[in-house]
Design a protein around this ligand. Structure first.
Ligand SMILES: CC(C)(COP(=O)(O)OP(=O)(O)OC[C@H]1O[C@@H](n2cnc3c(N)ncnc32)[C@H](O)[C@@H]1OP(=O)(O)O)[C@@H](O)C(=O)NCCC(=O)NCCS
Length: 407
């Protein structure tokens, strides 16, 4: 599309004072994923920037037809510092055998939408290029996006036209929230950590994990973070009452333990599955009614996903020892019960494909995505990754840290 056919596209910064309604309209018309099957729609609850505003730097752009001022597309981006590798410390004060993280400035593109009536006219590409300009001006060294493997339009746009390469394929694991509570194993003690203790535990144990955000403290202290929970063997010396900090815990850890944190996405956006038949919806509803009436039977009822619904996201999942996966299961049961109290329909998490603790996370295959495709691109030439070399060529680790701000 160009000036020759009288339809010039202007890409400019989103202006909340005049663009709110039109941006919402475009968002409503845009399904994510392949059409023809069930589609997922997002309701941003009146705040189109909500999915990036918790990052240290963010920008939202819109594409506008210059003739009519109609908004036909939008894109969001954010920048933060994350771990891209590890090296042995040269600092004589720290333990020289313990690896330390190598950080890089990473940009993320999300919420790219073009109105169905204006697709395949180069608008998506134009917005991505403008966003990348902003990334480079702000010192980002890499940019990445996450998309469904079978979203051909998005995969082609980024890999064929924009120079991104397929990088990681983490799994999104989604579990329903039932009308009944889930039992938490009585062999486990759960401890809620204060944010400062959660921060020191994460920094000491997980800061060399790929994508670990250097500003983990602002994640943990965010109002959307509902808490960090630690699972330890019942009967060991750690309890909520006797807890005396992460430093002591990590100096004398029990034989197995696990940790995870909960993020409240329900206050940020709602999702909705559209395209289901009436029979399917009625069947789902009847399972929920039965579960509500007879909670002691613990029926695996189908959650309400055909109307706008909320979710909690589990992040910072980790642990050590032979029983760590069992402890993760107990933490997930606790998180399920929190989500039930919070009125959510599902609980979701995202972990590396080969994450050893994945077996402890309960999920429904039909609601989950086995391979969420992350594509990455190196943006410039001056890099802080030094000994890592080009991160885009590095092999995946066993774990990744998925930032809840970007889910
Ligand atoms: C993905 C999306 C933003 C593309 O926007 P667009 O303005 O139509 O894309 P462009 O016209 O700039 O296309 C650029 C290139 O992307 C690829 N592409 C775009 N749409 C495509 C499609 N339907 N099938 C295959 N390739 C496609 C092509 O390589 C295209 O170049 P070409 O037209 O020269 O062949 C748009 O389809 C959309 O809004 N989809 C729904 C929301 C979504 O899935 N967002 C992505 C989430 S990460």
């Amino acid at each position: 599309m160009g000036e020759d056919n009288q339809c010039v596209i202007v890409v400019r910064e989103f202006d909340p004072s005049k663009d709110l309604t039109s941006v919402e309209e475009v968002e409503k018309r845009c399904e994510v994923g392949p059409s023809g099957k069930l589609s997922l729609f997002t309701d941003l609850l009146g705040d189109p920037i909500c999915r990036v505003r918790h990052s240290p730097a963010f920008l939202m752009l819109v594409a506008e037809l210059s003739s009519t001022k109609e908004i036909v597309g939008m894109i969001r981006g954010c920048i933060k510092t994350v771990t891209c590798g590890k090296k042995l410390s040269r600092n004589t004060k720290s333990d020289p055998t313990k690896p330390v993280p190598i950080y890089t400035k990473l940009a993320y593109i999300l919420g790219l939408r073009v109105s169905p009536s204006h697709r395949r006219m180069g608008i998506g590409l134009k917005m991505v290029l403008r966003m990348e300009e902003w990334f480079s001006q702000n010192g980002a060294e890499y940019a990445y996006i996450a998309t469904e493997n079978d979203n051909q339009a998005s995969v082609n746009l980024f890999t064929d036209k924009c120079g991104y390469s397929k990088f990681r394929t983490p799994s999104i694991l989604v579990n329903p929230v039932f009308a009944h509570r889930l039992p938490v194993s009585n062999r486990v003690t759960l401890i809620k950590l204060p944010p400062s203790d959660a921060e020191s535990l994460y920094r000491r144990r997980f800061s060399t994990t790929e994508f670990f955000p250097r500003d983990i403290d602002s994640v943990l202290n965010n109002r959307l973070s509902l808490g960090t929970f630690l699972a330890v063997p019942r009967g060991c010396c750690y309890t909520q009452e006797s807890w005396s900090g992460s430093d002591e815990f990590l100096s004398y850890p029990p034989e197995s333990w696990a940790v995870l944190s909960v993020w409240n996405c329900k206050d940020v956006f709602r999702l909705e599955v559209r395209g289901a038949s009436r029979v399917r919806k009625t069947l789902a509803k009847s399972t929920r009614i039965a579960d509500k009436l007879l909670p002691f039977l613990r029926l695996p009822s189908i959650p309400e996903v055909f109307k706008p619904f909320g979710l909690h996201f589990l992040y910072g999942l980790g642990g050590e020892g032979p029983r760590a996966a069992k402890f993760v299961k107990a933490l997930c049961a606790h998180a399920h019960n929190l989500a039930k109290e919070g009125g959510c329909s599902v609980v979701a998490t995202e972990v590396a494909n080969r994450e050893p603790l994945k077996i402890g996370v309960p999920f429904w295959k039909r609601l989950s995505c086995d391979e969420d495709l992350w594509c990455i691109k190196r943006l410039g030439e001056d890099y802080s990754d030094g000994s890592v070399g080009d991160w885009t060529n590095s092999p995946p680790g066993l774990s990744i840290f998925v930032d809840p701000r970007e889910f």
